[in-house]
Design a binder for this molecule. Sequence first.
Ligand code: NAD
Ligand code: MG
Length: 401
Amino acid sequence: MKGVAILGATGTIGVNTLDVLARHREDYRVIALTAHSQHQRLAEQCLTHVPDYAVMVDADAAEKLQAELQRKACPTRVLQGADALARVAALPEVDIVMAAIVGAAGLSSTIAAARAGKRILLANKESLVMSGKLFMDEVREHHAELLPIDSEHNAIFQCMPSNYTDGLQAVGVEKILLTGSGGPFRDLPLDKLAGVTPEQAIAHPNWNMGKKISVDSATMMNKGLELIEACWLFDTSLDNIEVVLHPQSIIHSMVEYIDGSVIAQLGQPDMRTPIAHALAWPQRISSGVKRLDLFDIATLSFNRPDEQRYPCLQLARQAMQTGGTATTILNAANEIAVQAFLDRKIRFTDIAATVEYALGQCSVTPADSLETIVRTDRFARDVAHEFVNAYPKRTGASFTS
Ligand code: NAD
Ligand code: MG
């Protein structure tokens, strides 16, 4: 019986994880569930899965959760505050931590899981983008096990030989082909991009995801973050990774070998496949995912991404090449810009402009301590906020859709 903590249980990844776990109650026990403020959903999850602990970051929501669980005589203990996230991630009875908080808010609890030597199922790519080498060092030092949940990285992991940590060159890997759908605006005329609404941006053609990652998919910052994520996870450089647009989202990524072989992982665009894979690895368990019908799909197509349409992709590459805290700045500014776009404070095309501005304004230092990373993250957020708040003055207009 493995003990599981889900950080970000009420999100898309959290809900999918609970769905897989519910199919295997004899093998996994839910020890802790966490959320920011969605107390109703977390209460329902506690009643179904009866974890030992439920963490609610928001104080008001924690009180409501506590009252609801008491009323229903649910024995789950409610903890309040952001510090409790790291506490439950490090509990001795927890073997597996699903890191599925969105954004930089997931950093300290994901690091805590690494320091406690857990099996980490990493969905929260932002924490790796922010802290890169530091995070990987913590994983190695504390013998944690890092398994990617991002469908592309999970696919790459599945296409790699088991000894890939000897070095990609040593095992005959020539390059990684990182696929991406291109998002909902793949075919929109470029001059229409500035006018797209948050509703259009979060309506992803193939995947059902949280709002932030859906906007990231539309700008392809998501693919940029994933390029950085792949460099760290597979200890390689940007030169060895190619982004391939694949609108059907059936091939989740590929690995090309020096003998000309290309190994791909295929599956439905359903996150329960990578979740089940990483939970049970190296075993396989059922996930509830619909079987792939190749006759139904019939056609798979591939394109090069249009750099003009997706400036965020280039910004992410630049930040990774710069190194140090540049990717921390990239991530922080992007989080602020995406939220401002969702709040209708800036246009879709201003997301890239905000990130570019922050990268130009913040000085890059070596990312040598968690303190430096947290400080850089805060500073870059302030700079991005400034840029976003100056939007009406700069353009003489406020954005309403
Ligand atoms: P979501 O918005 O649906 O859920 C986010 C979760 O994080 C919620 O449980 C929320 O309560 C929690 N949260 C938000 N802010 C918090 C804070 N300040 N403190 C503590 N908890 C907080 O997001 P999602 O789509 O499930 O994505 C989660 C992560 O997984 C992201 O990093 C995303 O990039 C990654 N990911 C998601 C998918 C997907 O298909 N949804 C695929 C690959 C990777
Ligand atoms: Mg992905």
